[in-house]
Design a protein around this ligand. Structure first.
Ligand code: ZN
Ligand code: ZN
Length: 346
């Protein structure tokens, strides 16, 4: 804030509010000034905010939070106040301007809290390791239920039940179970479809624990895999290993993506790899940095990213292998440890 000559900053993006104050409610704005911080929320959160928030003063507001924030900053006329333009609607932005008039200069100040969030401290990492362990164990325990005739939704329910029983607050996102040709949709939610023999089944799941997410994908084959499917699987696994080898402090996000992409290109599967290699992980399932083409951001120790190359073949299915990796001072280490080799069931 000092470098950008800001007198104050307002955070409106909920994961950023949680990061700054510990408040986990769904309605809030944090006003950070040089020597103070105030969380504005509504009466539903009076008790919760009192318990969760120690690093900021709490103001309970009846009515518009933006208006209340505007009235608070108005006391400092002519000041420069940063806000998260990427996380306000057009209407909210207009309301903000109206709440203070022209005396306040509202400065678009995006990505600053996200920049802090990208480097995890030891306590955050301990939570993320546990979230990763819960996801892996829940998947491993569900594997024996995978057989011809089982419904995708039932597998998703089994996984999510186990995650909660193991201490997760819940699934980090709707569990993806994509069997057979549905596997060619990278984001297919579990459906009523029954798993059939000789199908590939993609599982993409994550647990959320004290705000932090894990994200794990495994692909299994029901029955013996054809030589073609084995070749695809081996290429995806090798692509992930290449990305893992490339991951270390000082490389750009694009370089990690290129390592995985290069392997799939060698295997003639480049056109089948239709998304980026991974994404930052933490208080959001998808946060910066994105490991994709054209991404110049430099990775630093303490960042957690997913490595998730995949290939998708219309009419046949998909293969994706996804792990969560921490950038360490010398390289990288996986937080997820579930078996990565091809599993053939029955
Ligand atoms: Zn995933
Ligand atoms: Zn992911």
């Amino acid at each position: 804030m000092r470098a950008d000559r800001l007198d104050a900053f307002i955070a409106t993006h909920l994961p950023n509010i949680f990061y700054l104050t510990g408040f986990s409610g769904s309605s809030g704005i944090v006003l950070v000034a040089q020597n103070s911080a105030i969380l504005f929320t509504d009466p539903r959160y009076t008790v919760q905010a009192k318990q969760e928030v120690t690093a900021a003063q709490v103001k309970i507001v009846r009515g518009s939070l933006l208006k209340a924030v505007g009235e608070q900053v108005e006391q400092r006329q002519g000041s420069r106040v940063g806000f998260e333009a990427a996380h306000l609607t057009v209407l909210q932005r207009a309301a903000l301007g109206k709440s203070t008039g022209a005396r306040i200069r509202w400065i678009s100040w995006d990505g600053k809290v996200e920049g802090l969030r990208a480097i995890k401290d030891e306590s955050e990492l301990a939570t993320m390791r546990e979230a990763a362990r819960i996801a892996c164990a829940s998947w491993e325990e569900t594997l024996p239920l995978v057989k011809p005739g089982v419904c995708e939704i039932d597998l998703a329910a089994e996984i999510e039940f186990r995650m909660r029983r193991k201490g997760a607050d819940g699934p980090a996102f709707d569990t993806i179970i994509a069997s057979g040709e549905r596997g060619a949709w990278p984001h297919a939610r579990a459906s009523r479809k029954l798993v059939k023999k000789n199908e590939l089944v993609v599982f993409d799941l994550g647990a959320i624990l004290r705000g932090y997410s894990s994200d794990l994908t495994r692909t299994v084959c029901v029955g013996r895999a054809s030589s073609e499917k084995r070749r695809w699987y081996a290429a995806v696994l090798e692509a992930q290993q290449a990305a893992r080898q490339a991951l270390r402090p000082g490389v750009t996000a694009e370089q990690v993506d290129a390592a995985a992409r290069g392997v799939l290109k060698q295997a003639g599967l480049e056109q089948r790899f239709i998304h980026s290699t991974g994404h930052g992980l933490g208080l959001e399932v998808h946060e910066s940095p994105r490991l994709g083409r054209g991404e110049q951001s430099v990775l630093r120790a303490g960042t957690v990213v997913t490595l998730e190359p995949g290939v998708y073949i219309e009419g046949t299915g998909g293969i994706r292998i996804e792990d969560d990796a921490l950038v360490t001072s010398t390289g990288a280490e996986f937080l997820t440890h579930a078996n990565r080799e091809l599993i053939e069931i029955g």
